[in-house]
Design a protein around this ligand. Structure first.
Ligand code: ADP
Ligand code: ZN
Length: 213
């Protein structure tokens, strides 16, 4: 099963993708995670990507298309995959359709996680992640017992460098202008499955599972 998770920054795509990979045993393919990984390794690609990410803009299409094309041909993606944060522009969506055609594959469902835009800024700026184990917290919705310390492993919590208020505002504008039109693109392909993204993480997971099964 090949799935795309679509939605604005802060919709909870990453959180749900992680849970869905456990249920369906297909990997999460997150372009954001791949770019952050490249940056951590200090690769030229990562350093180049950081310029766009820190401004809340998008990394050029050719770059992310290349990453995804390579990633979905790895052995662990043989039974399917879950694209998280890709495609994000109509150029990426069209390139993906071409790649899938070449590979003899298709997307089964495009899960669009919908959250009112008024809620997104607070969700993103309150987000914190453990440096040691990667666990996610939220200062308001899922606060750690001790500020800046991970409940699970005692590691240090940090804020992603693009989760500050001004970068978040740019990311939301980028989403409206460049990514939102993909909803219609996939609606026209008959693949769009709209999910209400307001509720507990378990409620939203159940809604997604209901449309996948
Ligand atoms: P979020 O969905 O919360 O904005 P991501 O982790 O998916 O966060 O992405 C972080 C940043 O990485 C984006 O703001 C963008 O700069 C870059 N990025 C991720 N995926 C793509 C993509 N498909 N195309 C272009 N840039 C991307
Ligand atoms: Zn931890």
């Amino acid at each position: 099963m090949n799935i795309i998770l679509l939605g604005p920054p802060g919709a909870g795509k990453g959180t749900q993708a992680k849970r869905l990979t456990e249920k369906y045993h297909i990997p999460q393919v997150s372009t954001g995670d791949m770019l952050r990984e490249a940056l951590k390794e200090g690769s030229p690609l990562g350093l180049e990507a950081k310029k766009y990410m820190d401004q809340g803009g998008l990394v050029p299409d050719e770059v992310v298309i290349g990453l995804v094309k390579e990633r979905i041909q790895k052995p662990d993606a043989g039974n399917g995959y879950m694209l998280d944060g890709f495609p994000r522009t109509s150029g990426q969506a069209k390139a993906l359709d071409k790649i899938l055609e070449q590979l003899g594959q298709k997307i089964d469902h495009v899960v669009s996680i919908e959250v009112p835009s008024s809620e997104l800024l607070g969700r993103l700026t309150g987000r914190r992640t453990c440096r040691a184990c990667g666990a996610g917290f939220h200062l308001m919705y899922d606060p750690p017992k001790k500020e800046a310390i991970c409940d699970k492993c005692g590691g240090e919590l940090y804020q992603r460098s693009d989760d500050n208020e001004s970068t978040v505002k740019s990311r939301l504008e980028t989403y409206e202008a460049q990514t939102k039109p993909l909803i219609e693109y996939y609606q026209n392909q008959g693949k769009l499955r709209r999910i209400n993204g307001v509720g507990s993480m378990n409620e939203i997971l159940a809604r997604i599972q209901a449309v996948l099964e």
